[in-house]
Every structure is written in C-alpha cells, then in structure tokens.
Design a protein around this ligand. Structure first.
Ligand code: NG1
Ligand code: ZN
Length: 522
C-alpha cells in the first residue's frame, strides 16, 4: 500500500537510536530530548491510527511537564479529552521500541481492525522547551505519512490541548476549540466575583503557563490582579521553581521573597498542576497542596448542592499519598464520600466518573472536578426554573458557573486557580482561613533504590504490599509503634525507585517511621 511506502520512506528521516528502550507509562513517554525524534514520529503514526479507530480527533501534546528543560516527552489524548486508553499505551510502547516498524504497525491495524481508508484528524500542541518545535514537527510528519489531517496549535498548556480535543469531538457543545473559546468559557463564569480580591502572585515555572496567564489577562478585565513571576523572561524552565519544586522541597521558589500573609501559587512546566502557599508573620512557610484544594472545592460544591436542594452526591477521589487529616476531615466532618485510587491521574479520573459530582486530586496538585451528564442537566434545569426562591437560584447559578470554569478533561492549573480564587472571593475567605480548616499530619516521603522494584506488588489502591512475603507484616508492626501513624511502600511508575510514605503525630515520629520502613524494603 502507498501509505506504508510513505511511512517507510519517512521513517528513514526519523531513525531509532540503537539499544534505546522507552516505556509509555503514567506520564506518557519521557526522557532526554536527544533520544525522542523517532518516538515522536511513531506517536504521530499511532495517533493517526487511534483517530481512524475512534473516528474522532485525537490529541498529541509534546511536553515533559515538570522534568528539566533537557528532557521532553509526549502524551496522547483520547476523544473526550481524557488520557489515552490503557490498551493503547501498550501499543505506544511497542511502536516506540520496534526495530521493524511496519510489522508492528500492521499488527496494531489488524488487532484493532482499523479501516485505513477512514479519515484521521490529530491536534498537536507543545510546551516552551527548546526541543519542542522540532519534536512536534516529527509528530506532524508521522500524521502526514499515514495521510492524516493535523492541526498544529503551537504553544499551549497540556490541559488546553485536552480542552480543544473535547470541544472538537463534541461539536462545540463543550466550548469553542480555540484559545479564545477556552479563556471565554473559563472566565465568563467567575470574573463577576472578583471585585475585592487581593493580589495573587503566580509562579509560572518559566514555562507555558506563564505565557498563557498573560494571554488570559484581557479576559479577566483587571478584576483579578495577578503578579506573574518566573515568567520565562530570565530563569530556566522548572529550575528551582514550579509546583513540583515547591511541593517536594516545601519551600518557595529559590530567590523569591514572599510577603507574610499574601497568597502565592505555582504551576508546573505544562500547567496541569497547581499548589498554593503563604508565609505567616513568623516567616513560617505553609503549603496548600492538592488535598487542601480538594477539600476547599468539595466543601464549596457540597454546600451549594444543599442550598440548591439538589440530591446529588459529592465524592472526593484521592491517592494513598493524601494526608490522613484530609481524609479524616472529608469523611467525618464534611461527610462526603472518599475513594482512594492508584497513583496516576488516569486512575483518579476513572474512579471519579462513577459519581454525580467528584473532585479528584493528587497531593502534588494535579486534579479537577467531574460532573456527570445527569448532574449537569439537573443543575442547568434548576438554574432556568423561574419558580425557585432566591437562595436556590443563587446556588444553581453558582453551580452552573462552576461547570464552566472547570476543565473536566484533566487537571488544569489555570482553571483550578480561577475556581479557587472564585471560592475564596465568594466565601470572603483568606488563604490562612482556608489553611486552618484542618491541620496536616506531619509526614515524610523517601526514595529507596532497590535491585528490582517490581518485586514489590501492592493491593488496596497501593496501600498494602502483597509481595515480597512478610514485608507488609513488618510495616504493620513498625506503624503500631507510633501514634496516628500510617505508612506504605510502592514502586514508582516513573523512576527506578521505591517510594516510602509515612505519617504520624509528630515530625520526629513520621521521619523515624519512614526511615525504619525504608530499611525493611528489600
Ligand atoms: P510515581 O513515580 O509513580 O510515584 C509520580 C507522582 C504521581 C504522578 C506521576 C506522573 C508522587 C508520589 N507520584 O508517580 O503523583 O504525578 O509521577 O507524573 O508524587
Ligand atoms: Zn504537568
């Protein structure tokens, strides 16, 4: 077939380096940018096949998120704007590593019974890395080699590309598949609440998020004052700044002076994560991570649903890394349903789809809110009902605005930031009051290098180890020595290490428990 000849011809320009093995995992493909050209071309081919297979537009985002500037990577986006289906992740790995490209390609076509005369459409976006332009061109080459149509969105955040894909496949029902459409949808719902909002400082991680916040400012009509730092004009992407740095180091971006009491937030390198923070009058640093964000959002939504008299259940989906205090507060004080999912956003997203309204967040600040179709319908119907009282009307309209500001496809730093700012404005709440809702349990995370991390197998959303034999018993007996303690061990999906998590009533206990557990990992 002429298509395969074209693939063969083009693939010579995108040769696979010998001996390199890549893995399409929780974070898509990710490694040093030098080694990725062939993989990008091949993922262009795969996206085209996926588009033919689903008869819908597929997205390809070129980014390595919070990794250093030298790295790059890619994530594929399925028709509703969600991460690519797990069955296809396996194809992605196979294709990226194939020595005989055509055989693997034909194998996928046969297994999935793909009609090669079906039209294909692929949306492509990229972050601000210096390698992103050339790598996204390789993706575009892959799409055209299989006769697919592509649209290059150029520089966009990861969640913006997810949004575009969903808009395109729902024929405008979700919004308009343009950047203007994105900003209008997000801002229209919340801008009216920002009348007395104090300055918010945003750390753009020297990445794409900074560019896009700037682009959005005209839509905010000066109602929300944003001071942008680490905007890419001087510093290096993700270097000593950004959401991952702030969360892991538990301190502000290096070289940045904070004013006590003011509120700050940090994006990661592709703007799908956000964390908030402030310092108190004693100069003590306070982090408001994904758990605090999920608590703020779910509390707000639950209160509104009650005021609106809507019988819709609110759930929060967390991972094992969620601070025990947040889980306790949500279950016992807020009385919302709490679920624990495996690490990795796709698992949280999937678990969240089972509820009317579900807030999902990883502690590191990646998360969003999902509304079921039925829930959206009920909310919209109520908002338009002329026979309801003012309190119900207000609640229904606020819920409707929330649906607009939320990017339901994936965690989105810009959308989350606007929603958080709206909640704080509507409730007249300061960042300190938000922080005081519950106190985090002291905790510690450690990385342990082992011979074979896959020897550790877990169950119960990664909270218990089933192998190697005896390890969980040891962890249990160590946990029993401390008060309010919890600990678990799991192999990382993104690094060649085992992660140990421990929390307890004091920092000393949490540190000691994490240390003891790490010694028990073998
Ligand atoms: P691993 O390496 O599997 O722990 C890390 C993060 C996840 C998620 C993925 C993808 C922690 C403890 N783990 O996964 O939350 O963000 O990377 O980037 O933060
Ligand atoms: Zn990211």
């Amino acid at each position: 077939m002429a298509q395969f000849q074209e693939v063969e011809k083009q693939s010579i320009m995108h040769p696979k380096p010998p001996g390199l093995t890549l893995h399409y995992g929780t974070a898509g493909l990710r490694t040093n940018a030098k080694h990725l050209d062939h993989a990008m071309f091949r993922m262009g081919l795969l996206a085209t096949l996926r588009s033919k297979n689903t008869k819908a537009t597929i997205g390809v985002m070129v980014t390595a998120s919070h990794n250093p500037e030298e790295d790059n990577g890619l994530k594929l986006i399925d028709p509703m704007g969600e991460m690519m289906a797990p069955a296809w992740e396996h194809y992605a790995t196979q294709l990226a590593n194939a020595d005989d490209l055509l055989t693997v390609l034909k194998d996928i076509i046969e297994k999935e019974a793909i009609n090669m005369s079906q039209e294909a459409n692929v949306f492509v976006g990229k972050d601000t890395r210096s390698s992103s332009a050339r790598l996204s061109q390789a993706v575009l080459d892959g799409v055209s080699a299989l006769d697919g149509h592509s649209k290059d969105y150029g520089l966009v955040t990861t969640p913006q590309l997810h949004y575009m894909v969903r808009c395109q496949n729902t024929k405008g029902k979700y919004g308009e598949a343009t950047l203007d459409g994105y900003y209008s949808k997000l801002c229209q719902g919340v801008v009216c609440y920002f009348y007395d909002q104090k300055l918010l400082s945003v750390d753009g991680a020297n990445g794409i998020g900074a560019l896009k916040v700037r682009e959005m400012e005209s839509h905010l009509k000066k109602e929300l004052q944003i001071s942008l730092f680490n905007d890419g004009s001087q510093g290096k992407l993700n270097y000593q700044c950004g959401a991952d740095f702030v969360k892991v180091q538990q301190k502000p971006p290096t070289g940045f002076k904070m004013n006590p009491g003011e509120r700050y937030c940090s994006f990661d390198g592709d703007a799908d994560r956000i964390v908030y923070y402030y310092t108190d009058s004693e100069g003590q640093f306070h982090l408001l991570d994904g758990d605090k964000i999920a608590t703020l959002m779910s509390t707000f939504l639950k209160e509104l649903l009650e005021q609106a008299g809507l019988n819709l259940k609110v759930a929060v989906v967390q991972t094992a890394y969620a601070n025990g205090s947040s889980t306790h507060y949500l279950e016992n004080t807020m009385k919302v349903i709490v679920r624990c999912a495996k690490t990795g956003v796709k698992h949280l997203h999937h678990a969240a789809q089972e509820f009317d309204v579900a807030v999902y967040f990883e502690s590191n600040g990646h998360g969003t809110v999902l509304f079921s179709e039925a829930a959206e319908e009920k909310i919209c119907q109520l908002a338009e009902d002329p026979n309801i009282n003012d309190e119900k009307k207000r609640a229904a309209l606020l819920l409707q605005n929330t649906i607009n500001v939320i990017n339901q496809t994936v965690g989105d730093a810009i959308s989350d930031m606007l929603f958080i700012e709206a909640i704080l404005a509507i409730k007249g709440m300061s960042v300190q009051q938000w922080d005081a809702v519950y106190a985090d349990l002291p905790n510690r995370q450690l990385k342990v290098k082992v011979a074979d991390r896959r020897a550790i197998d877990t169950t119960d959303a990664e909270r218990r180890a089933v192998s190697p034999p005896g390890m969980q018993d040891t962890v249990d007996s160590l946990v029993n020595k401390y008060k309010q303690a919890r600990s678990f061990v799991r192999p990382s999906g993104t690094e060649d290490i085992v992660r140990v998590y421990a929390e307890a009533d004091t920092q000393e206990s949490a540190d000691a428990l994490a240390h003891e557990v790490s010694l028990a990992v073998y």
